[in-house]
Design a protein around this ligand. Structure first.
Ligand SMILES: Cc1cc2nc3c(=O)[nH]c(=O)nc-3n(C[C@H](O)[C@H](O)[C@H](O)COP(=O)(O)O)c2cc1C
Length: 209
């Protein structure tokens, strides 16, 4: 006979009572385990909705770039903020591009592109190159003019920085592809960046002391 916690042993107790008590203890124990899982683990295993995912990422402030490349002697540009540095030696950067974007096919075909970091006064340019189905004809109306590098890659005049990139590797990841590229040349200018935070365009504030 086992002594259940909180139930003093008595010579008159029968084994059926012991069995009943043991069952009750097991039920109580399982109930406590369930509560523990619900309170401790459940918050981490709840599925995240796309809206929540977007909101979380919108709280990460970024700069904005326009990815440029040559397409049949025309400038093709695409607004992108999924851009970051990857490695210093060799100098690598990455940009994540939606597999449905026309830029996606262009990047695979060209294997070379420019990253233009937008300045504070480039909001209209960012909006223009984010518009689906745009043509290059109206780029000048939003103040976008381009020069070409020796490789023929378009460089946005007045960009805060320009990086000339040669495709290193591409890795599909969900509905996007991560394009990793080696940086072959850079141009940097003074000025303030255009920022994106909370799904809104912003400008930079004063430095914290
Ligand atoms: C601020 C901002 C940032 C964006 N960042 C990206 C990005 O990093 N990757 C991407 O694939 N699309 C991004 N987009 C959406 C593309 O710019 C948009 O879908 C564009 O129309 C694609 O053009 P395309 O189909 O000619 O390639 C962004 C849009 C905005 C407004």
């Amino acid at each position: 006979m086992r002594c259940a916690k909180g139930a003093p042993w008595h010579p008159d107790r029968d084994s059926a009572a012991d069995a009943r008590e043991e069952t009750e203890n097991v039920v109580t124990y399982r109930w406590l385990v369930d509560i523990f899982h619900w309170r401790v683990f459940e918050p981490f295993t709840m599925s995240v909705t796309q809206a929540e995912f977007r909101r979380a990422l919108a709280s990460f402030a970024t700069g904005i770039t326009v990815i440029t490349l040559d397409s049949d002697d025309e400038v093709h540009g695409m607004t992108a903020n999924a851009f970051t540095s990857v490695s210093l030696d060799p100098m690598l950067v990455l940009v994540c591009v939606d597999q449905k974007a026309t830029t996606h096919a262009h990047l695979h075909a060209k294997k070379r592109f420019g990253v233009n970091v937008l300045a504070e006064n480039h909001r209209a340019i960012s909006e223009y190159y984010a518009r689906p189905g745009r043509t290059h004809d109206r780029a000048e109306e939003v103040g976008a003019t381009f020069e070409r590098t020796e490789h023929g890659t378009p460089v946005l005049c007045g960009a805060l920085a320009y990086l000339e990139c040669r495709l290193h590797s591409a890795q599909d990841a969900g509905d996007h592809t991560i394009f990793i590229a080696e940086v072959e040349d850079v141009v940097v200018r003074d000025g303030d960046p255009l920022l994106y935070f909370g799904s809104k365009y912003r400008k930079i504030g004063s430095p914290l002391n």
